[in-house]
Design a binder for this molecule. Structure first.
Ligand code: GRF
Length: 205
């Protein structure tokens, strides 16, 4: 874990990941291309993962972004892990003015954690919520005979994969689809709608 806390932006964006972090990368690129620092005073201040080996951490670090790992396996309870995670987030957003962005972050958060960041914590889920909350969304959508699937950006509430919807994108499900091919089609849309939803939040729209 990096020791120093540096958050020059008035609105730090702290992104939580568990794996590849392709959504995180899309947000980092959008922040640069869209000049979020200049326009909204917002910058990606840190990328934090519950998995120390997450590929996205190395990518972020290569971009000069502060990274931290808070390994959930090192904590005796969800509460203890969430407390450590909150401390890592707050180190990069000491004034509590930024956004906490869950981007492929595969941990269930305690209600206390969600409450702490109420109104400024968002998530992306690879289904058209409220359909298919939870895991294995693509397989479940195919098995249910759905003709369409998609992704949802939503505010985070205490209930898993619920909360007010900010953006959605729809893709067709083709007869030849496997969960993998459908996941890839949905993911390309995630990379579009997540940065768009965050920019709208920053604009206050
Ligand atoms: C995305 O489909 C996200 O919606 C889901 O996990 C995947 C993570 O992808 N929760 P990435 O780590 O952003 O590449």
């Amino acid at each position: 874990m990096h020791a120093a806390a540096v958050s020059p932006a008035p609105r730090p964006l702290v992104i939580l990941i568990s794996g590849t972090g392709s959504n995180m990368q899309a947000i980092v690129r959008a922040a640069a291309c869209g000049r979020w620092a200049e326009r909204y005073g917002a910058a990606v201040a840190a990328v934090i993962s519950n998995r120390p080996a997450a590929a996205g951490l190395a990518w972020a670090s290569g971009q000069g972004i502060a990274t931290a790992a808070v390994d959930h396996t090192s904590y005796p309870s969800r509460e203890a892990f969430d407390a450590a995670l909150a401390a890592a987030i707050d180190r990069h957003d000491p004034d509590g003015r930024g956004l906490v962005i869950l981007a492929g972050f595969m941990r269930i958060l305690t209600p206390g954690f969600v409450q702490r960041y109420e109104g400024r914590i968002v998530n992306i889920h690879p289904s058209l919520l409220p359909a298919f909350p939870g895991l294995h969304t693509h397989r479940r959508a195919i098995e249910a005979g759905c003709r369409f699937a998609g992704a949802t950006v939503h505010r985070v509430t205490a209930e898993l994969d619920h909360g007010p919807i900010l953006e959605q994108a729809v893709v067709p499900i083709l007869p030849s689809d496997t969960p993998e091919t459908l996941a890839a089609r949905v993911l390309t849309q995630e990379h579009i709608i997540y940065p768009r939803a965050i920019e709208r939040l920053l604009r206050g729209a």
